[in-house]
Design a protein around this ligand. Sequence first.
Ligand code: AMP
Ligand code: MG
Length: 408
Amino acid sequence: MIPVDQALAIVLDHTPVLPAEEADLVHAVGRVLAEDVHADLDMPPFDRSAMDGYAVRAAEVARAPVVLDVAGQVRAGQWPDHALEAGQAVQVMTGAPVPVGATAVQPVEKTRPVDGGRRVEILAPVEPGAHIARQGAEVRAGERLLERGRTIDPATVAVLASAGRGRVRVGRRPTVAVLVTGDELVDVWETPSRGRIRNSNGYAVLAQARWVGADARSLGVVPDQSERIADAVRDGFRDDVLVISGGVSEGAYDLVEEVLARFDVGLLFTKVAIKPGAPLVFGRRGDKLVFGLPGNPVSAQVTFDVFVRAALLRMQGAKVVSRPRVEVELLDAVKNRSGRPAYSPARVGFEAGRLVARPVASQGSADVVAHAQANALVILEAQQLRAEAGEHVPALLLGNFLERDGSA
Ligand code: AMP
Ligand code: MG
């Protein structure tokens, strides 16, 4: 059994970064940026009014109220044809270029038209620079806007669009084949007969792979028979990553390791010190990766999240491949009698300015319902048998953390 950190380091050491490809900006969200992006223009590209109002010389309206001649109007998208002269104001709209000579914009609310709009009364003084966004104040042409390795979120899309990038280089999506083993499994459409259960891992793993940007397909469910598993494994090696659920522990019908050996898979580890999880196979065949996840549904989800997800992100070139780790204050005690570091489901949220965690009552590593109530995993070290309410412990925030707050 090897520690989590060591196992993760082994996975990442053996994970190739796939060649980059081009994506349309419209389809780039969720992908990993594979190039540094620089500004082609100053932002803003010209001195721009931030308000509807009048461009003035701030010094001239220091003793407002003051009446000025209206020398013209500039709308967004137009270009001022005159500089602002002494005694003048120019009406400007939000987003319009401000004429040369203007040092501030007074919002329309602090003005009053005079002589049917030929002149304007500025009702109050305005600070020099007020409501003018100066050319290049945000970014100068040539500056780096975005670093490669970052996952493209909607805010990143806005930056790419501003930089004129209708197409952008992104990491290729890894292809993933998901193989589920187990004599006891029936498909979701069926009501299980006596002794059988529904296959949930196959669907959960597909969802987890897709959520992290992989192109995942199902190889279906195969019974615990070496030949059947071997046929499916052969098919799975057409993809970048093969993820197998079940059949990796010590039982008489846990056949996955034996089958992988036939395919000359170099096994890099077969057990990791984590609860839920322990049996966890990682191997490599050329530049293809194989993960054998424990069949217990929560174990499968947690080990996917910590190891497979990291590999799928690294293949796309992502810099950050692990969930955010924060420190939380426990609202109830948690126990750990496993002798391994325990990752227990919890709901994390803010309470009176503190990040607090309420452990979710769980029946163990088959309890998918409890796991789905969690938005984080609180971590107790192997030797830590119990942590009391009020104690601070580390927690990994899960992918649903931002969608679901910590309240019950
Ligand atoms: P295994 O790792 O194959 O020994 O399976 C461990 C436990 O997880 C057993 O109780 C299995 O019935 C259960 N299990 C295995 N595969 C699945 C699956 N695809 N969906 C739900 N439960 C499963
Ligand atoms: Mg099994």
